[in-house]
Every structure is written in structure tokens, then in C-alpha cells.
Write a protein that binds this ligand. Structure first.
Ligand SMILES: *Cc1c(COP(=O)(O)O)cnc(C)c1O
Length: 390
């Protein structure tokens, strides 16, 4: 069924005129191929044998004991590349191939989406350019090296603060001039229509698998499903599996940074106002003049001033709740999960776990919570160490 790109008042495609045909071509191709037998079979093979799907659902032992109820982790951290990002990059990369495009471009902040796209570019033999702010290039040099090893060109973006927002602006600008042979592989369930719908589709495997696995392992649905929210792709992928299960509570956790009162955070849903950024209407962190605010979080992957339109709609309708976790609690939780389970969570995913720790002793012991462990934390060990030595 075709989606019109509006989630209540949110979403849409507020883009320059020249991009409209490209977005329409993309939408048309998505609906032509996403249920196509050959496309589905090829993507299914890649999910299984390249990415490592289905990812396990793991019942934590000591962590559950610690919080006093049953916590299950959806192990997206075990996928190739170490995060859920590969689902979307494989899906859109293959779509690009089926559309006859020969070149991929993508934006990246921390480098995780850039790396996932560089991997897929190598896999599919496509020329790949990754737009990345100069500040981020400096902060995330390891990912820059990895992308280059995959054969991708990393394009430094000097405008603005040299971060994700600026990289998206430049990628959109480049796409405008190169739409014929170039596919823009967008990294989250945000941006102009049809991206929120496309990204949700390719990430929906998370929730679909988790629902089935929870039924298999526990004989019932979870009481609570929790995921971190940056742009919103891993969360919408997880929530989609449970949207129709009215008794399942859905909780999205944003980056509370130093605290919402300090202004140093990235909690668009908790503290933003409706505005337009990167082609979509959504909750947005902005000053009284509508200038987009700089965001701050210990996890680079959640550092985004806006959020996907469907989350805005789910917030307004009350189907999902959105809260924020602050850096200090995230650091504690990172160490706690590692110590109790021998699993290093990505700092992004740790936000969802911090919410769980916050519920310690507040929920009956038979409560079942499914948490999306969107990525692994190996990349964050240095950051945690530095924060702790301050
Ligand atoms: C990029 C990233 C996120 C945030 O992106 P969403 O689109 O909100 O999912 C979360 N977790 C990890 C591990 C990431 O790499």
C-alpha cells in the first residue's frame, strides 16, 4: 500500500523543485521493487549470509536480576558492521542497483552510516561518496579509514559546524546536480518522503523478528519495548512490529546530554518545537528565531536536531512515549551491562538500557521488556574512558 509521506501534520517533502522528480522516481522504484520476488529473495540472502540475520533475542540473566524484571536484548550489535545500520544500507543499496544507478552517496555523522554504506558500495561494486563534516572527520578518524579501505571517497564538508546537519545539506546539494546516475542512500527514518517510509521498511525486520522470538521464548508478547532515538530508524524498525499490539508499551529514549534544562542535549521530541529541517516537518531543536540549535550528546549517533516524522505522530497520538536519558546515567549503564553480561553496548543503545535501569524496582518481576541493542560499544570504549578520567 502506498504511503503519502504524511504522518499527521509531520513529514512531507519540503525540498527544492529540482529534487522532486528524483524523490518521485525513488518512490516509484521502491513500490515497484520492494515486494518483487527477485528483489526480496536477493535481499533476504544478503540479510542472512552477509549481515547475519536473524539477530538473536537474548534473555539477560544478571541484568534482569539487577533491575528486578525480565529484560531481553535484540542483538543488532551482532550484525556485520556492528549495528542495525547495515539493514537499511543493504536495502537501499540493492534498490539503487535495481534502479540501474551506478553511484551511491550518503551522509554520515559519527561514521556508522557512512561505513555501512561504504561496505555495501564495495559489495555491490558501486562508486561511493560519503559526505562528512570536517569536525566529525577529525573526531571519527578510524571510521574514515575504514570507509576508504572499502573504496569509498570521503568528501569533507566545511560549512556550518562541520557535523551531520551540514553533511546532509551538502549531500542533498550534490544529489540535485547528479540525480541521473546517483542514488542518495539516506541513513535514518527522517528526511523528505519517501525516505522515512523506505528506511522503516528495511528496518522493520527488527520488530518482526523480535515479536516472533519473544512469543517463541516466553509464550507471550512483551509488556514493554524500548529503543533509542536519534533520527529514529532503529526505534521505528522495532516499534513497527508491535504497533498493532495495543497492550505493548513503546518507549523511545532520546539523548538527554547534560540535562534538558542545560540546553546541551539532542532530545528533539522531548524539548523541540515543530519546524522543518532536511525536507521534513518534525519536532526540531530551534531557537526563538527558528535557527536550528547545535546538539550535544555523549553518543555521536544520537546527535541530531530533528527526528523522523512518524515518531512525532506516535508521540502526539500517545501510542509511543518518549523520554530522555542523560550522559551520566548512560555512562553508568554502559559499565553496568558490560560488567553483568559481558556485552558492550553502543552508547546510543545504552540510552534505552538507562531507561530500563531507571525502572528498577518499579515493575513487577514477571514484566517482560524487549530492548533494542542497536549496536556494539567497541567504538565507544575510548570515549567512556575519557569521560571517566575527567
Ligand atoms: C546511528 C545509530 C543510532 C541512531 O540512529 P537511529 O536512526 O535513531 O536508529 C542508534 N544506535 C546505533 C548503534 C547507531 O549506530
Amino acid at each position: 500500500m502506498k504511503h503519502d509521506g504524511r504522518f499527521g501534520e509531520y513529514g512531507g517533502y519540503y525540498v527544492p523543485e529540482v529534487l522532486i522528480p528524483a524523490l518521485e522516481e525513488l518512490e516509484e522504484a521502491f513500490y515497484r521493487f520492494y515486494k518483487d520476488k527477485a528483489f526480496e529473495a536477493e535481499l533476504g540472502q544478503l540479510f542472512r549470509h552477509y549481515a547475519g540475520r536473524p539477530s538473536p533475542l537474548y534473555h539477560t540473566r544478571r541484568f534482569s536480576e539487577h533491575v528486578g524484571f525480565q529484560v531481553y536484548l535484540k542483538r543488532e550489535d551482532l550484525l556485520h558492521g556492528g549495528a542495525h545500520k547495515i539493514n537499511n544500507s543493504l536495502g537501499q543499496g540493492l534498490l539503487a542497483k535495481y534502479m540501474g544507478k551506478t553511484k551511491l552517496i550518503a551522509e554520515t555523522g559519527a561514521g556508522q552510516h557512512g561505513l555501512a554504506t561504504a561496505m555495501v558500495g564495495a559489495l555491490l561494486g558501486m562508486e561511493t561518496k560519503i559526505f562528512m563534516g570536517i569536525t566529525d572527520i577529525e573526531r571519527q578518524s578510524v571510521n574514515v579509514h575504514k570507509m576508504r579501505l572499502c573504496g569509498a571517497e570521503v568528501v569533507p564538508v566545511e560549512g556550518g559546524t562541520g557535523t551531520l546537519k551540514d553533511a546532509i545539506n551538502d549531500a542533498l546539494r550534490y544529489w540535485t546536480a547528479n540525480v541521473t546516475d546517483t542514488f542518495y542512500l539516506f541513513g535514518s527514518a527522517a528526511g523528505p518522503h519517501p525516505y522515512p517510509t523506505i528506511v522503516k521498511h528495511f528496518q522493520s525486520c527488527i520488530g518482526r523478528e523480535a515479536r516472533r522470538q519473544c512469543l517463541e521464548q516466553t509464550g507471550r508478547l512483551p509488556d514493554l519495548v524500548v529503543a533509542c532515538v536519534g533520527g529514529g530508524s532503529n526505534a521505528i524498525g522495532m516499534f513497527t512490529g508491535f504497533l498493532d499490539d495495543k497492550d505493548v508499551r513503546l518507549v523511545g529514549v532520546e539523548a538527554g546530554g547534560k540535562g534538558l534544562k542545560t540546553g546541551k542535549h539532542a532530545a528533539s521530541l522531548s524539548a523541540g518545537r515543530v519546524g522543518i529541517l532536511h525536507g521534513a516537518k518534525a519536532y526540531l531543536l530551534q531557537d526563538e528565531n527558528g535557527q536550528v540549535l547545535d546538539t550535544e550528546s555523549i553518543s555521536a549517533g544520537l546527535d541530531y536536531a530533528a527526528v523522523g516524522p512518524e515518531h512525532c505522530y506516535l508521540k502526539d497520538t500517545g501510542r509511543a512515549e518518549y523520554v530522555a536519558a542523560v550522559d551520566d546515567d548512560v555512562l553508568d549503564t554502559f559499565e553496568l551491562l558490560t560488567k553483568l553480561e559481558g556485552i558492550l553496548p553502543a552508547l546510543e543503545s545504552t540510552h534505552a538500557l538507562a531507561y530500563i535501569v531507571n525502572q528498577k524496582g518499579k515493575l513487577p518481576p514477571e514484566t517482560i521488556a524487549v530492548v533494542n541493542l542497536s549496536g556494539r560499544g567497541d567504538k565507544d570504549v575510548g570515549i567512556v574512558e575519557k569521560a571517566r578520567s575527567k
